[in-house]
Design a protein. Structure first.
Length: 620
């Protein structure tokens, strides 16, 4: 049986070969891209961080944001529920994608009339799963992985296939003629790392003349070619430069994501504790307001009894009004900061959410020991004789007697930061990138010498040659060509300017390292100073609270005895409120300074859930 006599078999033959390899559904392509990117990310993460880490960009449909919108009956638009809830459009390629799926992580229960309570650890988890910025950073890593796959594809076997069917009819001559031609092409191309390009193809033609005897003929031809650069554009370091840069870009994206996670976690902790600090200020303002209401009532009774002047009653009432204003302002500021914090987590700002005050109480626990120590010291000094006013005064410098574990030496902290900061590794790597760009730009200045060779076998067929015998594919019968092309470097203005610019880029890359190095040093030094300052402030505010409490008690006793004025009590209460707020602020500031120092030294670790593992400096 001759294949030329059965054109339908010819078409089926190519369909069987080509379709399984090239005809896949959009879903198959998407899943394959996901698998390729995930494998690249896992491999590079293990390479640069020493551990495997999954970066999944598929968001579950039952996110906390969506459940809050639905369960708490909040206002929303259709887009706010997620891409899987969008109305379908015409010609959508995948019917069930994006799909509705459940989160593999534990979900926080949401009830309509009950506020959702979040601890600091839960807030970190929620932020990692719901924050828009967090999702964008993960997608940036994923995009760089796909870009690397595209560069790797340049050095793979690239298969091409094509089938054509041509029908012609010629009625211009004395005799009408018509015919069909079926053509099939299968080829493969490959770029080698030394710059050589290989290509080969096999072509089959089936020509059938439907007039004049209904003759047909089969054409069979093959060709192979090679192109080798010998001067400009040759060498593995030149040819694979885009691939090398793509490999490094994935590493940079992973480092950027690691730095983002550290910044994000510390920012969430800062925002969380800032809200709780404001909540504590609301509590202190409320207590102060109640105290001043009681003082106003007391002053009214004392004035009615003729023990104080009416003007002192007015002073007390004015302070009560100021206390009410301060309490209302503190309450509204708390609500505003809480709403902003919800948005930072990627949650609706109108959602009913409250933060766990236990996190602040736990942070304030050590202050009770400090207060007890202050009371012990102050009571033991009562009997001591106070030096004369003109006695020499020596100022006590801050010391490390009560220093925290992270108050380490500046030189050590700077060295740790320079060794561990992911963003510092990125700018250092970019210097090497810029050096390679100089090499590539210099190569482009030279002459281009290319060796080209090709070989063609067999014969093709068309309708005009349908009457010939079937072609035979013989390797000993070939048409061989060789070509050597020299492109002289007579015009290289663009390349010359690119070469000069490459040195400018290198100098900028070096400056970027120097600038970030100085910024790292400055931030670490300042944060160590902040630790010392806030620690001293903490002890000062603790003593201020002790003195203010003692002062309020004393003034109350003197007021009862008629030896103090109402103004003295009002000033004492004001000082107590200020000292209490100052103590809470100092405790929170010290904790945030600890986290910021760990972040800027690159030592705080964040897992895929957004949870941190703090640095323990005992081993230094």
């Amino acid at each position: 049986m001759k294949l030329s006599e059965y054109p339908i078999l010819f078409v089926l033959f190519f369909m069987i070969i080509c379709f399984p390899a090239g005809c896949q559904t959009p879903a198959n392509h998407r899943l394959k891209a996901d698998k390729v990117a995930e494998d690249i990310i896992q491999d590079k993460t293990k390479q640069v961080l020493g551990q495997e880490q999954e970066i999944n960009i598929e968001k579950p449909s039952d996110t906390l944001r969506r459940r809050l919108l639905l369960e708490q009956d909040l206002a929303y638009t259709g887009e706010s529920l997620g891409s899987d809830r969008l109305p379908p459009v015409k010609h959508w390629p995948e019917k069930n994608y994006p799909a509705s799926n459940s989160s593999p992580d534990p979900n926080f229960p949401v009830e309509k009339d009950t506020p959702l309570k979040l601890s600091l650890i839960q807030a970190l988890e929620v932020g990692a799963r719901n924050s828009f910025d967090y999702q964008s950073q993960k997608e940036d890593v994923f995009r760089e992985a796909l870009a690397l796959d595209l560069e790797r594809n340049e050095f793979r076997h690239i298969f091409v296939g094509q089938v054509q069917s041509l029908i012609t009819s010629d009625t211009t001559g004395d005799r009408a003629s018509s015919g069909t031609q079926y053509s099939g092409n299968l080829g493969v191309n490959r770029l080698l790392e030394n710059g050589a390009e290989l290509s080969s193809a096999l072509a089959i033609d089936l020509a059938n003349l439907m007039t004049g005897g209904d003759t047909s003929s089969l054409g069979l031809a093959g060709d192979a070619s090679i192109s080798i650069p010998l001067l400009r554009g040759s060498g593995k370091h030149i040819v694979t430069e885009p691939l090398t840069q793509a490999e490094r870009n994935v590493v940079y994206a992973i480092y950027d994501f690691e730095q983002f996670k550290k910044n994000f976690a510390v920012d969430i902790a800062d925002g969380y504790l800032a809200v709780l600090r404001q909540l504590d200020e609301v509590k202190n303002s409320a207590e102060n307001y109640r105290s001043l209401i009681a003082s106003t009532r007391r002053s009214r009774r004392l004035a009615d009894a003729g023990r104080i002047k009416e003007i002192e009653v007015d002073q007390t009432y004015q302070n009560e009004l100021r206390a009410r204003e301060r309490w209302i302002r503190a309450s509204e500021t708390y609500k505003s900061r809480l709403d902003s914090f919800k948005s930072r987590l990627g949650l609706p700002p109108d959602a009913d959410i409250e933060l766990d005050r236990a996190d602040l109480d736990k942070l304030l626990e050590p202050t009770a020991q400090i207060m007890n120590e202050i009371v012990r010291q102050e009571t033991s000094q009562v009997s001591r004789q106070t030096p004369p006013a003109d006695a020499p005064i020596e100022l006590a410098e801050p010391n490390r007697a009560n220093a925290g574990p992270l108050e380490i030496k500046e030189s050590l902290a700077i060295r740790l930061a320079m060794d561990n900061r992911p963003d510092f590794r990125v700018v250092q790597g970019m210097v090497y990138d810029a050096q390679r760009k100089v090499v590539v730009a210099a190569d482009a200045l030279g002459a281009e010498l290319t060796l080209f060779g090709s070989a063609q076998f067999g014969e093709g067929r068309s309708i005009n040659s349908a009457g010939l015998d079937d072609a035979r594919f013989r390797l000993d019968k070939a048409y061989l060509t060789g070509l050597l092309t020299l492109d002289l470097p007579l015009e290289r203005t663009r390349e010359r300017n690119n070469y000069r610019n490459s040195f400018i880029t290198l100098e900028r890359a070096v400056r970027d390292v120097q600038i970030l190095e100085d910024k790292i040093k400055l931030s670490v030094i300042n944060e160590l100073r902040d630790l010392l300052q806030t620690r001293e402030s903490l002890y000062i505010q603790a003593k201020s609270v002790y003195v203010a409490q003692k002062r309020v008690k004393s003034v109350n006793l003197f007021l009862e005895a008629g030896r103090a004025q109402m103004r003295d009590l009002l000033e004492a209460q004001e000082s107590l409120l200020s000292a209490q707020n100052g103590l809470t602020s100092a405790v929170v500031d010290y904790r945030i300074a600890e986290l910021q120092l760990q972040r800027d030294m690159g030592l705080i670790k964040i897992d895929e859930k957004g949870l941190w593992q703090e640095y323990k400096p005992e081993g230094i």
